[in-house]
Write a protein that binds this ligand. Structure first.
Ligand code: SF4
Length: 196
């Protein structure tokens, strides 16, 4: 059962992933990014990993304006200051910035404990939006479901055995647009309303 405690987060100098620590030590990456948004959120948005230029990742440059347009963020945000969110929380499958913004499988597995903590602890969580195939697989793993059992498909919404709803959206590159993000968030919210 969910409880009302905040999810366990990695320490600011978490050293569980040697490659990411070395990347950080060279000044090319950074330490773990904390989840952002209220613990009371119904929706958790999961990116694959932050990038080194923008602490909350390139995805956030599209994500926060989209949340703002949907009335879920107080303002569109910027790299230095993500906006206060309502009913929505944002996290990453891998919290530290990897080289080329691409974590390796061992790093995804190691950091999965923190994603699992989010999913198990947020008291009102109903839906997750996975930004990309890597985030989708990490969410399933954190739920104890083999990722191969439910394939990523942009626009798909999956109902997991425990009742959690997982929506898929493109995660990066040319396919990730403000319109695609906004439509995916809206589709997930509408699905939650029909299930209420
Ligand atoms: S990616 Fe996650 S587990 Fe690995 S060092 Fe960063 S916070 Fe720790």
């Amino acid at each position: 059962m969910h409880d009302s405690f905040a999810p366990a987060a990695p320490s600011h100098d978490c050293a569980l992933c040697p490659r990411l620590c070395a990347h950080r030590a060279k000044g090319a990456g950074h330490g773990p990014i904390a989840s952002h948004g209220p613990v009371s959120a119904r929706v958790l948005i999961v990116g694959h990993a932050p990038d080194p230029q923008c602490d909350e990742g390139g995805t956030s440059r599209l994500l926060y304006p989209a949340l703002y347009r949907l009335g879920l963020a107080l303002h569109p945000g910027n790299a230095a200051s993500p906006p206060p969110l309502s009913d929505t929380r944002v996290t990453f499958a891998v919290r530290c910035a990897p080289p080329d913004q691409m974590p390796d499988p061992a790093e995804v597995r190691t950091c999965n404990q923190y994603l699992a903590g989010e999913l198990a602890t947020l008291p009102n969580l109903r839906g997750v939006l996975a930004l990309g195939a890597l985030a989708h697989a990490a969410v399933l793993s954190a739920c104890g479901i083999p990722p191969a059992r439910i394939r990523f498909a942009h626009g798909a919404i999956h109902l997991l055995p425990d009742g959690l709803i997982v929506g898929d959206c493109h995660g990066s590159g040319h396919d990730l647009t403000a319109a695609a993000l906004e439509a995916s968030i809206l589709a997930l919210l509408r699905y939650l309303e029909t299930e209420a």
